[in-house]
Design a protein around this ligand. Structure first.
Ligand code: AHG
Ligand code: MN
Ligand code: MN
Length: 339
């Protein structure tokens, strides 16, 4: 992927975008700048690794029953601290907190709601593999009423903005406000995110899939059909060879798809049939689905468009298939046919 733009700073991008499209009011711009600053701090902590006492387990559990890593806790605290005082938010919600975090009374309350997965790909922290932060921005609907969890339970299509930051060989911030996708690379000498790709587009066709194959025996019949056909390659019904990649950080897997196409799947499986999937709807699937659609891709749970799902609780899980449109359409058609 070649750079398509002259590098301007994130601030300049936000101001010019508002002038042109009117989709980034002042409060939303402040919110994004604050989140970007928090991501910079997380990136610095990630880079310190073993030198900074940031590796290993925090020996606590989050609401999902997962053991928290030190960086899960650090990243969560950085995001909360950065976002509390600005007056742009009413409340926040995070993978690492049971309940919503209302902006304390000593600060003014704004009209936006921020949700995040502070550190995605926790199993990769200690082995120096790419990880990331995912976030979603909603608007509080009933103004004047005290903010509650119910305000957060909006379908993903109502997001005002969404993005992720990948902490890899480069630190890259990817953003959408519902009118395209832009990528910014952290210039460590200047300390600024610089626009490096605008109008990111995902090709509709691909021969690359990302899925945790070790769960294959637990998948549904349509999921197995889709992957079996990919594995059959040139000689099979798809008539072409496929390649597989699995980083085990959704952010990094999605970033590869944003850069060169592909399909990412984390489907429902039989081990815990009552769970819709592993990934969380509100702060993993929704923001990623918004970004992917804005880049011309598609995102479903196998049956329905992710952005149309009505959430029923903050930490709801969902089955996820997203990326290059024609592949997502194929795997979704197999699920629909199976009923
Ligand atoms: P998190 O670290 O925020 O809990 O998310 C991990 C998720 C996602 O990033 C990744 O795609 C998936 O879990 C990896 O799952 P497996 O370990 O089953 O491969
Ligand atoms: Mn995650
Ligand atoms: Mn996480």
């Amino acid at each position: 992927m070649k750079n398509t733009v002259k590098p301007i700073s994130l601030t300049q991008y936000l101001v010019e975008h508002q002038r042109r499209n009117g989709s980034i009011p002042g409060d939303l711009r402040l919110l994004i700048e604050v989140v970007a600053r928090a991501c910079k701090r997380i990136s610095i902590a990630v880079n310190k690794g073993a030198l900074g006492d940031v590796l290993g387990s925090a020996e606590t559990e989050n609401v999902q029953g997962e053991v928290q890593k030190k960086l899960d806790v650090i990243a969560n605290e950085v995001l909360i601290e950065a976002n509390e005082w600005g007056g742009h938010l009413a409340a926040m919600a995070s993978e690492e907190m049971d309940d919503i975090h209302i902006v304390p009374h000593r600060y003014p309350q704004g009209e936006y709601l921020l949700l995040f997965d502070p550190l995605d790909g926790s199993s990769n922290i200690d082995v120096n593999v790419s990880i990331g932060t995912i976030f979603s921005v909603l608007k509080k609907l009933d103004n004047g009423v005290k903010v509650s969890e119910a305000d957060f339970l909006q379908p993903g299509r109502q997001q005002a903005a969404a993005g992720y930051c990948v902490y890899g060989p480069q630190t890259t911030l990817v953003l959408t406000f519902g009118d395209g996708v832009a990528m910014f690379t952290l210039d460590r000498e200047q300390g600024s995110f610089m626009l490096t790709h605008d109008n990111v587009r995902i090709a509709p066709d691909t021969a690359e899939f990302a899925i945790n194959m070790s769960n294959k025996r637990h998948w549904s019949a349509p999921m197995n059909r889709y992957i079996d056909e990919c594995l059959a390659g040139k000689e099979g019904p798809r008539g072409k060879d496929f390649n597989m990649r699995w980083i085990a950080s959704m952010v990094a897997d999605v970033h590869r798809i944003m850069s060169r196409g592909g399909i990412f799947m984390y489907p429902w499986d039989k081990r815990e049939p009552e769970k819709a999937g592993k990934l969380r709807l509100m702060y993993e699937a929704n923001p990623m689905a918004f970004l992917i659609e804005q880049a011309g891709g598609a995102a479903t749970n196998g049956k329905q468009r992710i952005l149309d799902l009505q959430p029923t609780k903050l930490h709801e899980r969902v089955s996820v298939m997203l990326g290059s449109k024609n592949e997502v359409d194929t795997v979704t058609a197999y699920h629909r046919e199976a009923g």
